[in-house]
Ligand binder design. Structure first.
Ligand code: IMP
Length: 184
């Protein structure tokens, strides 16, 4: 099974979570994502396009951070916003804002012989008041509900709480229940 992405951090997380089940290979590609608000639509369109080139089962993932007080910003533009203003910029935007609620989503599109399957994970949480811990992307500023640590402070334990953990558990279930002999 292949995971196609330009983001090695996502690959490391998926590999960690699926290592007992499949041998996940990383295909580093920087495919063009259609613009839009609907993550599910974006990821399915991208998977269909990539399936013209990748001739074995693969999956991709699209994720984003939606901050309530900023009307869902940066949402589908998370990657761009992170590159432009980083965690410092987001914390600045949230300066003095009491409502820290936010959620992360992760949408996986699996492309295989019978078409495309989508698996979605969503995790509610809050934006920290300062950066804490390591990790990548918005890890140091997102605190998932159920923990008082940021993703960055959680290390590998992040998988138990994270949006990617949630979507990946659905993918696992699908692989184990329906298609084990064909896909694993
Ligand atoms: P995309 O899925 O490639 O469009 O990128 C989504 C962006 O959201 C990433 O580039 C990160 O900035 C951010 N992001 C998504 N998932 C995570 C995560 O687990 N930790 C930290 N940042 C994340």
């Amino acid at each position: 099974m292949i995971f196609a992405s330009s983001n090695r951090h996502k690959y490391e997380e998926f590999r960690r979570m699926l290592s007992d089940l499949i041998d996940l290979k990383f295909l580093e590609v920087d495919y063009l994502e259609p613009q839009g608000e609907d993550t599910r639509e974006i990821v399915v369109t991208s998977a269909k396009w990539l399936s013209n080139y990748i001739r074995e089962p693969f999956f991709i993932e699209d994720s984003g951070l939606f901050i309530e007080a900023l009307n869902g910003f940066p949402g589908p533009y998370s990657s761009y916003v992170f590159k432009k203003i980083g965690n410092e910029g987001v914390l600045k935007l949230m300066n003095g804002v009491e409502n820290r609620r936010a959620f992360f989503i992760s949408v996986i599109a699996l492309s295989y012989g019978r078409g495309i399957e989508v698996f979605e994970g969503r995790v509610q949480g809050t934006i920290a008041r300062e950066m804490r811990g390591g990790g990548w992307g918005f890890d140091p500023i997102f605190i998932p509900n159920g923990s008082n640590k940021t993703y960055g402070e959680l290390g590998d334990e992040k998988d138990r709480f994270s949006h990617r953990g949630a979507s990946c558990r659905k993918l696992r279930e699908f692989l184990m229940r329906f298609e084990s002999d064909r896909l694993l």
